[in-house]
Design a protein around this ligand. Structure first.
Ligand code: SF4
Ligand code: SF4
Length: 219
């Protein structure tokens, strides 16, 4: 899932300057799960803004998914008469809302953080950086791109100490130590003996915005 968190209210208020009628637009998918932009968070932010911005009008709507055209087209009606949309979707959703709902500026209420998982209640952690060529079969299911601070393909580096990463020895576990431990527990230490060649980063974002096309799914 995409993990996001709400921007500080003062940053959001600064984006409202000069606007009178604002639609808060939530999304029922990932940002609902990470408790950043679902209908409940839309209602909470709208209430907070009504208190601190009494001269403005705040409308509320939450669509199924902000990353899909048909749901954003439905949101057009809710946006009628508004002069600003405060998107509570991820960056992709907010950007797509700006494409589809023409003529109304869309601003982001969230900071989009990562692709990750709910590792325990109230805690979301990054697990994938969408590199375009997954290698989890070589690393015991643990992603070296996301879990190693340097995204090393062969690790650990000399900064790994006591299972912790040199970038923050208090809080950041060494991703490669985790990979070693996992492969050992799986009896696949042989995978550590192969040197991984440099990755083709053109399959990642470095090759420009990526598109996946499935002709069998096209209308
Ligand atoms: S190897 Fe690439 S696709 Fe696989 S989990 Fe890591 S970043 Fe994501
Ligand atoms: S200490 Fe571990 S996680 Fe940190 S950069 Fe080195 S290999 Fe990566």
């Amino acid at each position: 899932m995409v993990i996001a968190e709400r921007k500080p209210i003062e940053e959001i208020r600064a984006m409202l300057d000069g606007h009178k009628r604002v639609l808060l637009l939530g999304c029922q998918e990932c940002v609902t799960v990470c408790m950043a932009g679902g209908s409940k968070e839309v209602a909470l932010l709208a209430s907070a803004l009504r208190m601190v911005e009494p001269d403005k009008e705040f409308m509320e709507s939450t669509v199924e998914r902000q990353c899909e055209r048909e749901y954003l087209e439905e949101a057009r009606g809710a946006a009628e008469g508004c002069d600003l949309i405060l998107s509570m979707g991820c960056g992709a959703g907010a950007g797509f809302a700006s494409d589809i709902i023409e003529g109304i500026q869309v601003v982001p209420a969230l900071n989009t953080k990562s692709i990750g998982v709910v590792d325990e209640p109230g805690s979301w952690v990054e697990r994938c950086m969408a590199c375009g060529e997954c290698m989890l079969h070589l690393t015991g299911g643990l992603c070296p791109i996301a879990l190693c601070s340097k995204s090393l393909l062969n690790g650990p580096c000399g900064g790994s100490q006591g299972g912790m990463c040199e970038v923050d020895q208090e809080n950041v576990k060494c991703g490669w130590q985790l990979i070693h431990d996992r492969l050992k527990s799986l009896g696949r230490e042989d995978l550590l003996e192969e040197i991984r060649p440099p990755k083709d980063w053109s399959a990642a974002h470095d090759g420009g915005p990526r598109r996946v096309v499935r002709e069998d799914a096209m209308a």
